[in-house]
Design a protein around this ligand. Structure first.
Ligand SMILES: [Zn+2]
Length: 149
């Protein structure tokens, strides 16, 4: 199923959103990173299987934004590390890693002006539809955002 990803995350909320997925939730938090200068974009999903401490990162490698994800690596703290177990072609995986880490590093600076991080309009942690304006800015509902103070 295709869902339009159209809500931009506030720059300082990018990392909390990436770290937001609730343990065991299969779909996790999905974000699209768009560079308005080049038109390049990548879609990534953050999820946390039961028993994992790090957040796992998947890269969208096909056209179906519900199913076409492949495991890329892990997000621990503020850095994404490409896993040697990824089945994504090396060049593509490395590029995605560079984009993700650049975005995280620049999330709180003016550098993020030409790069937008979009989410689907549902809570990154529990998946519920977001309706409150503040929640749409942060990608997290009022209850779930309490877990990121
Ligand atoms: Zn929620």
């Amino acid at each position: 199923m295709h869902t339009e990803l159209s809500h931009a995350l506030k720059a300082e909320k990018v990392l909390p959103f990436m770290n937001s997925p609730r343990e065991g939730r299969r779909k996790g938090a999905t974000a699209t990173i768009v560079n308005d200068d080049t038109g390049n974009r990548i879609t990534v999903r953050f999820r946390k299987p039961k028993g994992f401490k790090a957040v796992l990162v998947d890269l969208m490698t096909g056209s179906d934004n519900e199913e076409s994800f492949s495991f890329l690596g892990t997000l621990s703290g503020e850095a994404v590390r490409i896993s040697p177990k990824t089945r994504i072609a090396s060049e593509k995986a490395q590029l995605a890693g560079v984009i993700l880490n650049w975005t995280i590093r620049n999330a709180e600076s003016d550098n993020l002006r030409t790069v937008r991080v979009l989410h689907s309009g549902s809570c990154g942690r529990c998946g519920r539809k977001l309706t409150v304006p503040e929640s749409i800015d942060t990608g997290l509902g009022p209850e779930c955002s309490k877990h990121h103070r």
